[in-house]
Design a protein around this ligand. Structure first.
Ligand code: PEP
Ligand code: MG
Length: 544
């Protein structure tokens, strides 16, 4: 029995046999070609096949994980057509008389190295994509087909890492779980696994792959990140019991659908869900969330090649509001900068991006962007129950400026005869210590607060949330953060505003009682946490 530890990406337990992922890793050899034109033709033919494969993968992803996540394969198809990439391959074939496989492999190495060296984290991540499409092209050139495993039994796929296209190509019916030696929890692969509901543990380390072979028995605990290779009978029985309990718990939670979020002593709390795109609505409805507490609107900008127009935004917001059929939908205005960079915004490189030009600071400096989004939001407000929320607030004057712009937009729409909902609520995120400390001054200006604990923790404890090394210093239950939340709750209520929490801490069930005792009115969590949270709330007795 050998134990390993990685990061759980999707919380569930799997017990089964190992299938080591066999990638037709292109053993590319450089050969001399005489007929350059014939080589060009081979390359073009391979590109056509690769494009067809990608389009099938895109369709599969669309069905299984939704449009937002499927779009990466559209990006791959675009990369295959990229002029610089194609010119580099053609040049190598022509000037060095080399085979197309070799030209593709060297271009891939060069481009991947170039992307990896960029400062922008989004561009760095493109290195994996360029390798992914190039491996596909090489497989097409050598007729190797796509990576596959032959077994027809259900298996636990173990790999060094999986590219997004490899993850989506896995046959969900035959994969019990997957384990990778490398990878990060924010990679596309991890996000896809979560959305495909496949138990997964990543970043288990290099030794792991040396210790497993096809057919080995293995246990994967996606909750804890524990991996047990060749478990003894007692351990396997223990995990089988845990797995059965998990299943029973999940079934029991289903019975909570339609029930109230009310404690034993009658206190109520709204449980809403967070989404990052229109395709998140399915999970929100399936998990019976009472509304959407945070719609991170930046996805519209991140997925676009240029500033999304008022009409494009209006259609997206309207769709969310209509799908939620009168339930509250809180849409947060653009929050880019820091870890979310967008090329066409042409933001300057900064020494301390988390403390830099981000979110509301960009919107107030570039009002044309802000006004377009606000017009789209107010127009959409006529189609449901909208709340508009502003990120990264630090001062009263920012809120006053925002409110004046909102009033201007409403007057404009009225003048144009365009309907909007006068009752649209306006709120701010409490995610800087400054906002929490002056929450007594901010509360009278708005309808609600929503605490962004991810940033509030980062700024209060001076711990960069992107820096994994700081985890030991970043106590998410730190008294300073909890006091700031409590202070904000008291000030909100004193001035007739309501207060929710939409950061990750809202899903921390060990804090639910603390939050309810503070008087938090709403908790917004990712959709799979709605029913576990409801379960916790219903078992609490605040009078005990
Ligand atoms: C937060 O900071 O807690 C939050 C919800 O916003 P984001 O994670 O998008 O910064
Ligand atoms: Mg934030």
């Amino acid at each position: 029995m050998i134990k390993f530890k990685g990061k759980g990406v999707y919380g569930a337990i799997a017990i089964g046999d190992v299938s080591v992922f066999k990638r037709q890793d292109a053993q590319v050899r450089r050969t001399h070609v005489e007929d350059i034109q014939a080589e060009f033709k081979r390359f073009e033919a391979a590109k056509e096949v690769a494009t067809q494969q990608l389009s099938q993968i895109y369709e599969k992803a669309l069905k299984e994980v939704g449009e937002t996540h499927a779009q990466i394969f559209e990006v791959h198809m675009m990369m295959l057509e990229d002029d610089d990439y194609n010119e580099s391959i053609a040049n190598l074939i022509e000037t060095q008389s080399v085979n197309a496989e070799y030209a593709v492999a060297s271009t891939a190495d060069n481009f991947a190295a170039m992307f990896a060296a960029m400062d922008d984290t989004y561009m760095q991540a493109r290195a994996a994509d360029v390798k992914d499409i190039s491996n596909r092209l090489i497989a097409c050139l050598t007729n190797a087909g796509s990576a596959s495993n032959d077994s027809s039994d259900k298996m636990i796929v173990c790999a060094d890492d999986l590219a997004p296209s490899e993850t989506v190509s896995l046959d969900k019916e035959r994969v019990l779980a997957f384990v990778t030696a490398f990878g990060s929890s924010n990679s596309h692969t991890a996000i896809l696994a979560r959305n495909m509901n496949i138990p997964a543990v990543i970043s288990v380390g290099e030794e792991f792959l040396k210790s497993v072979k096809d057919g080995d028995r293995i246990i994967v605990d996606g909750h804890t990140g524990d991996i047990i290779v060749s478990p003894d009978a007692d351990t396997e029985a223990k995990y089988a019991k845990k797995q059965a309990e998990d299943k029973r718990k999940k079934e029991l939670l289903q019975e909570l659908k339609g029930k109230d979020n009310v404690t034993l002593d009658g206190a109520r709390v709204n449980i809403y869900a967070n989404i990052g795109g229109v395709d998140g609505i399915g999970a929100v409805l399936a998990n019976d969330a009472g509304g959407i507490g945070l719609f991170r609107s930046e996805f519209l900008y991140l997925e676009s090649e240029d500033y999304p127009t008022e009409e494009q935004q209006f259609l997206a917001y309207r769709k969310v509001l209509e799908s939620m059929a009168g339930k509250t939908v809180i849409i947060r205005t653009l929050d880019i900068g820091a870890d979310k960079q967008i090329d066409y915004f042409k933001l300057d490189k900064e020494e301390n991006p988390a403390l830099g030009f981000r979110a509301i600071r960009i919107c107030l400096t570039r009002p044309e962007i802000f006004r377009t989004q606000l017009r789209a939001l107010y127009r959409a407000s006529a189609y449901g129950k909208l709340g508009i929320m502003f990120p990264m607030i630090t001062s009263v004057s920012e809120v006053e400026q925002i409110l004046a712009i909102c009033e201007g937009i409403k007057a404009e729409l009225k003048g144009e005869g365009i309907p909007y909902d006068e009752k649209t609520e306006v709120g701010i995120m409490i995610e800087t210590p400054a906002a929490a400390v002056i929450s007594d001054k901010l509360a009278p200006l708005v309808d609600f607060f929503s605490v962004g604990t991810n940033d509030l923790t980062q700024y209060t404890l001076a711990c960069d949330r992107q820096n994994a090394k700081l985890e030991p210093f970043c106590d998410t239950h730190h008294e300073a953060v909890l006091r700031l939340i409590e202070m904000s709750a008291q000030n909100a209520h004193k001035h007739g505003a309501w207060i929710g929490i939409c950061g990750e801490l809202a899903a921390d069930l060990t804090l639910t009682e603390t939050f309810l005792r503070m008087g938090i009115d709403e908790l917004s969590v990712s959709a799979p946490f709605v029913l576990p949270l409801r379960d916790t709330v219903r078992k609490l007795d605040l009078k005990a």
